[in-house]
Design a protein around this ligand. Structure first.
Ligand code: SAH
Length: 281
């Protein structure tokens, strides 16, 4: 459905919308829109207005303590295949409980996926770490120490985007559901990442205006990797995406490196991601 700009709250005043072509969005015409997080935006107030519960960190649970996140990181290091200390350091910083419903906040530092509404889930911390770790091992990332310009498909609640933008030069994160795109914007506002743009649209088309991307990561799985992602991957870049047939348990993480002459494809762990759907709502 096109973005008609009517049904949504009119905040924040400074949140700029641009179309995928980079032009300012005209009501009713944009195929998708991009929210630019401005440091001086009045989102904090909007956040409180939109959902008062979310503006109050759960009290008395110790969730704001760095120790809670450090324990999660220690468990990830010990119990999973995640050993990239750069990813673990960032995950030790980002407050995951701020991205989920307050009723689920006590589970935020367990290695589990959690519902985020609209039938979607926030990915398990170990899976987030695994995917970003794979991006960091890409040829160009090894050479530069950064995952560079990054495209994320499936913003969801915005947690993975928050981690990505600490390891990337700039991040474009696309979500097809307007309600989740808006929620992610609210969750991310306190940290105010300057190098993150949230896009509302169909991520199967990638995001041509800012291509090519050194890194592309998908949090939703289709039967195969859309051609647009391969086209928008830079030479020397790496794509990580869950891919697999409709049969339960057949989804795996696929890593694709673009070389001067073509694409190198490798299959990794079995995973279970929500489906990559067409269109946006
Ligand atoms: N990285 C997210 C995980 C969200 S789950 C987080 O940290 O919370 C995957 C998300 O992909 C869902 O929100 C779903 O709506 C979205 N999605 C599915 N198909 C999509 C598409 N074609 N374009 C953009 N987003 C899509």
């Amino acid at each position: 459905m096109p973005d008609d700009g009517k049904a949504r709250p009119r905040f924040p005043a400074r949140l700029e919308s641009v179309s995928p072509t980079g032009r300012k969005a005209a009501a009713g015409l944009a195929a998708s829109s991009t929210a630019v997080l401005r440091p001086q935006s009045p989102l904090r107030q909007a956040h409180a207005d939109a959902d008062p519960r979310r503006s109050i960190p759960p009290a008395g649970l110790g969730l704001v303590s760095r120790d809670v996140r450090q324990r999660m990181v220690d468990r990830l290091r010990a119990q999973t295949g995640v050993h990239d200390e750069r990813v673990l350091a960032v995950m030790g910083d980002v407050e995951r409980h701020r991205f989920v419903d307050p009723a689920l906040a006590v589970q935020a530092y367990e290695d589990t996926s959690l519902p985020i509404g609209h039938g979607q889930t926030i990915s398990k911390p170990s899976v987030v770490a695994l995917m970003i770790g794979l991006l960091l091992q890409g040829p160009q990332a090894r050479a530069t120490g950064s995952i560079g310009r990054t495209l994320e498909i499936g913003t969801g609640c915005g947690y993975q985007a928050a981690v990505l933008c600490r390891l990337a030069s700039d991040v474009y994160s696309i979500e097809r559901l307007r309600a989740l795109h808006d929620a992610a914007r609210l969750h991310l506002e306190p940290a105010r990442p300057r190098n993150l743009r949230l896009v509302h649209g169909d991520g199967r088309l990638g995001h041509p205006p800012n291509a090519p991307y050194q890194s592309i990561v998908s949090a939703a799985g289709g039967e195969d990797v859309p051609a647009a992602w391969l086209e928008q991957l830079a030479v020397g870049g790496r794509l990580v995406a869950p891919t697999g047939g409709p049969v339960e348990g057949s989804q795996v993480l696929v890593v694709i490196d673009r070389t001067e002459t073509g694409y190198l494809r490798t299959r990794h762990d079995g995973v279970h991601f929500v489906p990559l759907k067409s269109g946006f709502a």
